[in-house]
Design a protein. Structure first.
Length: 146
């Protein structure tokens, strides 16, 4: 019984740490969106991106990270995350952000959850681009439940 209590305490601590990290990440992104001098610190794109577009990309990143956070804390299943991301992908600026940051994801370990979720996003964007239906909400195959 003490082992299960310790495991529950560890899960609670991990979720609390994830919430704090998420809050800090969003705070930093908001500061960078508000201050062009700070936006420049996050300019790690392979091409020249105008300042206003960089700020839009930071907001796109905040939307993506927010969706991942809800998945990581258990508020969204992977299939629900897929559906949420499918909505976000309807926006051309978000798709442009995703393409501009492709090189950022190249360093992710292929066994990591973040790599798998990035691949899921890549496949979703590709499926949407190749789709011949106006019914975007049915495009792509949601992942199987674990």
């Amino acid at each position: 019984m003490s082992h299960s209590l310790a495991a529950a305490g560890t899960r609670h601590h991990k979720k609390a740490a994830l919430r704090e990290q998420h809050r800090l990440h969003l705070t930093l992104l908001c500061k960078a969106m508000d201050d062009p001098a700070l936006t420049a610190v996050l300019d790690t794109y392979e091409t020249e991106i105008p300042l206003d577009k960089q700020r839009q990309f930071l907001f796109a990143n905040a939307l993506y990270i927010n969706a991942l956070h809800f998945h990581r804390i258990g508020a969204l299943s992977r299939a629900e995350l897929h559906g949420h991301l499918r909505v976000i992908c309807q926006n051309a600026l978000f798709r442009e952000y995703w393409e501009a940051t492709r090189h950022h994801r190249k360093s992710l370990p292929s066994a990591s959850e973040e790599f798998a979720l990035g691949r899921m996003m890549d496949e979703l964007i590709q499926d949407l681009a190749e789709s011949d239906t106006e019914e975007w909400w049915v495009v792509g195959t949601p992942p199987e439940a674990p």
